[in-house]
Write a protein that binds this ligand. Sequence first.
Ligand code: SER
Length: 877
Amino acid sequence: MAESLPYLSGSEIRDKFLKFFETRQHKILPSASLVPEDPTVLLTIAGMLPFKPIFLGQEKAPQPRATTSQKCIRTNDIENVGRTARHHTFFEMLGNFSFGDYFKEQAIAWAWELSTQVYKLPPDRIIVSVFQDDDEAFDIWRDRLGIPAHRIQRMGEKDNFWKSGATGPCGPCSELYYDFHPELGDQNIDLEDDSRFIEYYNLVFMQYNRDADGNLAPLENKNIDTGLGLERMAQILQQVPNNYETDLIFPIIKTAAEIADIDYIKADGKTKTSLKVIGDHVRSVVHMIADGITASNTDRGYVLRRLIRRVVRHGRLVGIEGNFVNQVAETAIALSEVAYPNVRSRSEFIKNELQREESQFLKTLERGEKLLAEILEKKPQQISGVEAFTLYDTYGFPLELTQEIAEEQGLTVDVDGFNVEMEQQRDRARAAHETIDLTVQGSIDKLAEHIHPTEFSGYSELQSAVKVEAVLVEGKPVEVAEAGAEIQVILDRTPFYGESGGQVGDKGYLSGDNLVIRISDVQKESGFFVHYGKVERGTLKTSETVTAKIDRACRRRVQANHTATHLLQAALKKIVDDSISQAGSLVDFDRLRFDFNSPRGLKPEEVQQVEELVNTWISEAHTADVNIMAIAEAKAKGATAMFGEKYGAEVRVIDFPGVSMELCGGTHVNNTAEIGVFKIISETGISSGIRRIEAVAGAAVLDYLKVRDKVVKELSEKFKVKPEEVGERVNNLQSELKATQKELAALKQELAVAKSDGLLSQAEAIGEFKILVANMGDLDAKSLQAAGERLQQKLGDSAVIVGSIPAAGKVSLVAAFSEKVIKEKKLQAGKFIGGIAKICGGGGGGRPNLAQAGGRDASKLGEALDSAKQQLVEGLG
Ligand code: SER
């Protein structure tokens, strides 16, 4: 009965599972990253995923049995998160695995023992299912474990045949369910009724491989893959109504509720749902970022962005304003740090990324929400594709978010219309980047019908005898091209590298009898290498054989830069952060550029260390080892792949053993020593979360140094100091300049004061007082004040107002009143001048005897001074 269930914390459930299988000869392995090795899925979706190559027989199992607690993310049911009792994006799957070792009977027996002896679930609360045809499993449950036949449900392929995707390892499975309401009796058992049953443990008898046509082939070994949902077991043993209220998630919800000043228990259903969404998603985003994913508009970066944005939006729905995600993230980190220490070691990185994404989204969210409210106010039947796209493109609302909001209002979104807009935008972007003349593309598509794609010979040779397959002039095929013609040439094979993977196309010549064609660029189009060039001498004919020869010096420079780019990436990973990933690159003849994901800029000392490490590797003279291999093998070896890039089954791996290993189709030096030297020119941010390093290598470093050297030489000649003393000289000059400016200001004041004496005669007597109101031209504020003060002192019992226009659109005013004016006439300089300055569109004030004010409307200075005079006459009369 429920009352007798032992309370176990989430971490106790996890520990007991792993220990149970450890004592049964399973090796406890750490959770794999959420970023899977397997290129067919974006995120790790099950505990078995890291073992897929072993199940498929592609890799040998290091040990016959393993057990893990695997962090997983699934987003296919995201809209159910917070609404049902047990849907999650992030969850932990506890698994025991057999790689060709024990099978069905043992897996079932241990699952039962674990459930009833360790977690102490009452046997009469457990119901099991088996695949419809799996009599063997049925018999084991009934005969060996004594489960009554009516509590063993046979289920169809949808429920009890497990596969990780359309293809791959799979097999029938048997599931264990916990019954929350045994009082409802054993008649009409419906395992899909999740108000009564919760499936907590799935035992997969992994014995087939499914191919793309859906055919099943037996695997070499019979394996076991199981998954026990940690959050689900926690819900059962902690006797809470849903997974969110377990100790694995509830503290996060509590933190969010506290920020929103809400009592979760008393909150309404909608508020609870929002808090649950926050509780669930925050776990996902913390672990995703810890595993190196950063927010972007594609692939897992998009999943991350969408989850963060949902957190922000649900925060607003419960009344939180401003940034809050990091506060809840801290709770999530604290909850996970023992089982997954990387969330703590990378907490700074996690929080920076969250802060950045949250702030960025908050900026547009409000405007987006306003637009959405306007759209909804019109009571449309549907949100149009254009509207959804504007929300996406301008306001950062993921389509799914708009769909959710629409759904809350009982509306739909025109997704097809949205996709049309999206496609049009892609076309626009493509057109903007298109460098190839579209007519060339059109002609090439036609040529593809009768000529073969170009064979690339340039990894091993720099010069080849080649056949001219086609010549294009202004994008149209021609039979001959005469001297002077700008042409595009397609050859049967070529040593010229075609621009790809960031590396620019080779330069060089095509030559024959009395024929010279200079090639300035090579682009790859639909499998053809298009050589862009000009006929310098002779006539080029289609079908003739010519010699294609690349410019070796240029090639040497480009490949030094390309290898340097690989070393740079390796050094960044080593010195700054192992999770840095490439976001783009340019490898040119005289420079290189490397873009990478990073939430922060590099510190100057990091830039220096990276540069030094690359130069160390260069001087250590590492030899390249270039191999073609299966993608799985390359990944298993730890080769760096470009995130988001699609690779074929076979890949080329450039390995400088112990230094850098990357998947790459580019050309490289044979030995790092050929690079010579490497210099970073700059490190800057180019867009949110993306940094760029520009650098030079080899001979280009010399060019760079020459320019720098020239500048320093010029400066040292000008300043007449040694080059290394230029910095100090500039500092001294700056101090001297400051001192001179100060002196100049003082002199100006003195001059103003002296000049002001000439105004004394303009003072008028009003009763026993003297007044003087004067425009002092372009005096600066300080000098004006000195002059005003001096005039008042010289005039004795007096009130002085002076004004000036020190710069265009700027007015300065000063009032200086003597003691008697203040005491007897109750006029105060501060107040007085404030009123005057208003006339010139400004304000200001100060002490009763001396005050200064400013204004912006210089055309009103005369009016202001007139008014001052009149007020003084009245005030002192
Ligand atoms: N692969 C199975 C699942 O995900 C068992 O671990 O349910």
